[in-house]
Design a protein around this ligand. Structure first.
Ligand SMILES: Nc1ncnc2c1ncn2[C@@H]1O[C@H](COP(=O)(O)OP(=O)(O)OP(=O)(O)O)[C@@H](O)[C@H]1O
Ligand SMILES: [Mg+2]
Length: 377
């Protein structure tokens, strides 16, 4: 039977204090007040070493109103069930793999899950082609190693080892970029829940509460297959691109608003219609057909994810704030838009020109975009 943790775990003293001078705060810093309120309201059973119950973690991720009227902002916008499956997985002994095309909030969800479950999203291993076994297991402080020989003091623990010792969540970003033989280091960790240290004839056994959240995408170049032995140790949750245009607009709107605030951009939050326009263009080009289903379109080579729509609007806001009158216009948006669509200078240029002439030019109220884009060509 799992023990229920005391209700005061997400107290102010245990969470990092917010620091507005940082360019980007960790989720547990930025949303510390929400985590504290949730912990206070949370009377349900918490799995061992969890800061919140799975129920409260779901509210943290998906947003909601607490009994005392406190509003929790949604972090993930989309299918509720996917998040419930992800959270429930972490309460078992299986690891979680968030999989999907780029820009579908895999890293974002992974960070927020770790923040809500462990109060700490910083146990992070960034997967690259150069990630070594040491980065996953442990390294050595060579000065101490040479001076005193191998000892626990000379050992440099990896984030994985620290998460195991502390019963927290370790995050592995871009798992499939890691060379396959190095990926397999994770097998012992995930199945035996231990990290052997043969040099010291000892091991670090995982404390309850430890789990791993990995993210991977299938689109980028240079990805390695996930071995089937490793795949079997993960529950995979596939994060989709947003189903509806309303969902995608609200993702972009929410992130743009909070990014604008964080960057202290002296620009107005863009009108909903501007965001709708960007998202419409992204969806039509991605799907290869106009929203009304009447005109077939060629799709560009890039992914055109919500993440890119966010950055198009955000760059437009910066242009309008610093070189315009603070309200977003078509000419502020267009360079970002073209940059997002035209990733391949030859192929995508053709796609964009065709879209411009067949769709943008003909659409009511879109003349400003057409003119701004023509001016750039
Ligand atoms: N469904 C969604 N709900 C909320 N935010 C979203 C959603 N989809 C995308 N975003 C936003 O998109 C941005 C990028 O997401 P993130 O970096 O997590 O993508 P990713 O899936 O990790 O991409 P990559 O494969 O390139 O690493 C984040 O700021 C996130 O807020
Ligand atoms: Mg990512």
């Amino acid at each position: 039977m799992a023990t229920t943790k005391s209700k005061t775990q997400h107290s102010n003293s245990q969470l990092p204090t917010p620091n507005p001078s940082l360019l980007r705060e960790h989720a547990e810093q930025q949303f510390a007040h929400e985590l504290v309120e949730l912990a206070k309201a949370d009377t349900r059973q918490r799995p061992p070493n969890w800061k919140l119950s799975p129920w409260a973690v779901a509210i943290y991720l998906l947003g909601g109103k607490l009994d005392n009227g406190f509003e929790v902002t949604p972090k993930y916008i989309g299918n509720r069930r996917l998040m419930e499956v992800a959270i429930a997985t972490l309460a078992t002994d299986r690891a979680l793999l968030l999989y999907g095309v780029p820009g579908t909030a895999k890293s974002w969800v992974s960070e927020h899950l770790a923040a809500a479950v462990s109060g700490d999203s910083t146990m992070l291993i960034q997967g690259t082609a150069g990630t070594s076994e040491e980065a996953i297991r442990y390294g050595w402080n060579y000065a101490r190693l040479l001076a005193d020989g191998p000892s626990m003091e000379a050992l440099v623990a990896s984030p994985m080892m620290r998460a195991m010792a502390d019963g927290k969540i370790a995050r592995v970003e871009e798992l499939t970029r890691i060379p396959s033989d190095v990926q397999d280091t994770l097998i012992t960790v995930l199945s035996e829940k231990t990290l052997p240290i043969p040099e010291l004839n000892t091991e670090v056994q995982a404390t309850k509460g430890f789990s791993v959240i990995a993210t991977a995408n299938n689109r980028d170049r240079g990805v390695n297959e996930l071995s089937s032995a490793l795949k079997r140790r993960f529950n995979t949750v596939i994060l989709p691109v947003p189903n509806t245009i309303e969902e995608e607009v609200s993702i972009v709107q929410q992130r743009v608003t909070s990014l604008g605030r964080a960057l202290e951009l002296p620009a107005e939050v863009p009108a909903l219609e501007e965001i709708q326009r960007v998202v419409t263009i992204f969806r039509e080009l991605r799907d290869g057909v106009t929203i009304d289903g009447k005109t077939k379109l060629k799709s560009p080579t890039g992914t055109l994810s919500p993440a890119e729509a966010i950055s198009v609007v955000n760059s437009g806001m910066s242009l309008s704030a610093h070189f315009g009158d603070g309200s977003l216009t078509a000419s502020d948006l267009i360079s970002g838009l073209v940059g997002a669509v035209v990733k391949d200078p030859v192929q995508d240029q053709v796609v964009w020109k065709e879209y411009l002439e067949t769709v943008v030019k003909e659409r009511d109220g879109w003349k400003d975009l057409y003119r701004a884009s023509r001016a750039m060509l």
